[in-house]
Design a protein around this ligand. Structure first.
Ligand SMILES: *Cc1c(COP(=O)(O)O)cnc(C)c1O
Length: 232
């Protein structure tokens, strides 16, 4: 048992080192500091016994795309910052909000309003469907400016930025327009909103496209597959 978790830890450490090298290289190409990009480890494909090795390896930002799974892992793994990165149903808001550092996936004004009713500070990102795929959630790019009014009425919820998922591409370079679009939308929205919603974050980039996302200004990358591959 002990041996197995040793091997697992070594494999994870090795994957992390390889990813770190690539993150640093992408930052260097873009003239950015490594510290300007937060690695969020997406643990949805692994159990708590694997996810709990991450803080020891220096990864303290963990993401889950299903509320129930986040609740479960949050109870099992203390000392990390939890990121809710998938669709959050309104009836799960009350239980999720106290556990999370940031909700990346706010996809409707109704969800914003449900978060507001918790009457406690909540940091969120607005998810934007930049790729136009019907099965993906998020605000349509052209609908984003319509949220300016509702955002100005919020007292508790604070919008820290935008999030998107690019379409899967064999060639990551093809995701670049998606990331450019998200950054452009962020800049436009920021001009219309006051200081209460700082909009400094761009959560974009996954295992297959994170380097391009960093080159285009990602401040948070969400990596799953690439961290956990190669496990027995
Ligand atoms: C699963 C998931 C990721 C991680 O994807 P990988 O390709 O495994 O790195 C990132 N963001 C969201 C919203 C996800 O659901």
């Amino acid at each position: 048992m002990e041996d197995m978790s040793e091997t697992l830890r070594d494999q994870l450490a090795e994957n992390l080192r390889a990813v770190e090298t690539r993150i640093s290289a992408a930052c260097a190409r873009a003239g950015r500091e490594r510290e300007s990009v937060t690695l969020v480890a997406v643990t949805k494909t692994v159990g708590s016994e694997v996810a709990r090795l991450l803080p020891g390896l220096g990864v303290v930002d963990l993401g889950e795309n299903r509320p129930q799974e986040l609740w479960k892992k949050a109870a099992a793994i203390p000392g990390v910052r939890w990121h809710m990165i998938g669709h959050l149903q309104r009836n799960k808001v009350e239980r999720t909000v106290p556990l999370v550092h940031l909700v990346h996936s706010v996809d409707s004004v109704r969800l914003l309003e449900a978060l507001e009713t918790q009457e406690r500070p909540v940091d969120v990102l607005l998810e934007v469907n930049c790729s136009g795929e019907a099965r993906k959630g998020g605000f349509a790019p052209e609908a984003l400016l319509e949220v300016v009014g509702p955002l100005e009425r919020l007292k508790w919820v604070r919008v820290r930025g935008l999030m998107t998922m690019a379409a899967y591409e064999e060639e990551a370079e093809r995701c670049r327009p998606t990331f450019v679009l998200l950054r452009t939308l962020r800049d436009e929205l920021r001009q219309r909103l006051g200081e209460r919603h700082p909009l400094e974050e761009l959560s974009m980039g996954m295992s297959n496209d994170f380097e391009v996302a960093i080159e285009e200004g990602a401040t948070m990358i969400r990596l799953g597959t690439i961290l956990f591959e190669g496990r027995e």
